[in-house]
Design a protein around this ligand. Structure first.
Ligand SMILES: *[C@@H]1O[C@H](CO)[C@@H](O)[C@H](O)[C@H]1NC(C)=O
Ligand SMILES: *[C@@H]1O[C@H](CO)[C@@H](O)[C@H](O)[C@H]1NC(C)=O
Length: 175
């Protein structure tokens, strides 16, 4: 019985250490969300889906006290071509009017899908949310498939929080 209690205490101890180690980065992320300077930390991503859609993420947080407006564009023949916009008074390029859509990301940001589209030359993608902008140069020869795990976890942070408790359970079972 004493042995059992000992094991239980050890397990609880390991569990709380594991938990606090695992929780701390999440906690920091929550703080970062309130800090506008940290918008610069996260990069845009551009990747090719298996069904040939092109996916572009824009990890920018809308500024408080501003009307949220966003826009995706790309460089083509040294011109800026608007792919998707909800800035009032602007229109996307006609070639992108019916084959693109945008979804909001959690906890913030936007994700553009360009259906059955790929790039045929080095392209710089740009996105704007209220007063901020980001851009990403994409080399036509090294365009990544979206199955790359980092992109996956970046686009679905909620999946990461699902996986973390599983990791804790596995750690416990391994004891
Ligand atoms: C643009 O999208 C944002 C986020 O979905 C929304 O809050 C805003 O009202 C939209 N603006 C316009 C002009 O539709
Ligand atoms: C694309 O950019 C890379 C540098 O990142 C360069 O080496 C390559 O030649 C460029 N390709 C084309 C087709 O311009």
């Amino acid at each position: 019985m004493r042995l059992l209690e000992g094991q239980l205490t050890t397990k609880l101890l390991v569990w709380s250490v594991t938990l606090s180690v695992l929780m701390s980065p999440i906690h920091c992320d929550d703080k970062d969300d309130d800090n506008d300077d940290d918008n610069d930390d996260e990069e845009m991503t551009v990747c090719q889906e298996e069904d040939n859609d092109l996916r572009v993420t824009c990890p920018l947080q809308p500024k408080p006290n501003y009307h949220t407006e966003f826009e995706f564009s790309m460089s083509k023949d040294k011109r800026e071509v608007i792919i998707y916009t909800n800035v009032s008074g602007t229109m996307p390029d006609p070639s992108f009017r019916h084959n693109t859509y945008v979804q909001e990301l959690e906890p913030y940001g936007f994700k553009l899908t360009m259906m059955h589209f790929t790039i045929t030359e080095n392209t710089t993608f740009m996105c704007k949310v209220t007063k901020e902008a980001k851009s990403l140069f994409v080399d036509v020869d090294t365009l990544q498939p979206c199955s790359a795990i980092s992109v996956f976890l970046q686009s679905y942070p909620q999946l990461l929080s699902l996986l973390l408790p599983l990791g804790i359970i596995q750690t416990l079972e391994a004891l």
